[in-house]
Design a binder for this molecule. Structure first.
Ligand code: MN
Length: 176
């Protein structure tokens, strides 16, 4: 999906979508809280989205998404969750992963999102814990593959590893 909406407008539709999933109805103050924005700016954007047919806003009654607005909100939220999960898998701290997911979610080609989503699902549904993820974590820490053939190098690495890393490297030599 590549809408002609600005990143900011997409963020609003995503926020309204998330709030309506959680609470059923959406008020201006809920959006202020979700996006950390002041009421006048929220009302201004909500009116724009109302005029363009993405949501219906009635003063004192709150607002709800039209089918078109809901579709965009749903897609952006799904992209957010997918990219967030991917970034966490590669070791990005949660707070940064959440912020960056919000940046990336607007720009990627649908095929790229589809492949990231498949990778996330591949990891999440793996019948056994994916050993290579642990090995990647060690690689990030030490800059070397934990499963290496050179015995001297392995010893040096073992000395550098803490207990947690040693546990992660445990399966070395068995299969990979
Ligand atoms: Mn987001």
């Amino acid at each position: 999906m590549k809408s002609d909406l600005s990143r900011k407008a997409e963020d609003y539709l995503e926020a309204v979508y998330v709030i309506s999933q959680e609470k059923g109805h959406v008020r201006i103050r809920d959006i202020c809280k979700e996006l950390g924005t002041k009421p006048p700016s929220v009302v201004e954007m909500v009116k724009k989205l109302n005029d363009r047919g993405y949501l219906i806003y009635k003063k004192n009654e709150g607002l709800y998404l039209t089918a078109e607005g809901e579709e965009i909100g749903r897609v952006i939220k799904d992209r957010h969750d997918t990219i967030f999960a991917f970034l966490k898998f590669i070791g990005v701290p949660e707070q940064i992963a959440d912020e960056d997911a919000c940046v990336i979610e607007h720009e990627l080609h649908p095929k790229t999102v589809e492949q990231i989503k498949s990778l996330v699902s591949f990891i999440e549904t793996a019948p056994d814990h994916p050993q290579w993820l642990d090995h990647f974590a060690i690689f990030c820490e030490l800059g070397k593959h934990p499963c290496i053939k050179d015995a001297r190098l392995s010893q040096t690495m073992a000395a550098q590893m803490g207990a947690e890393m040693r546990r992660k490297a445990d399966h070395c030599g068995s299969n990979d």
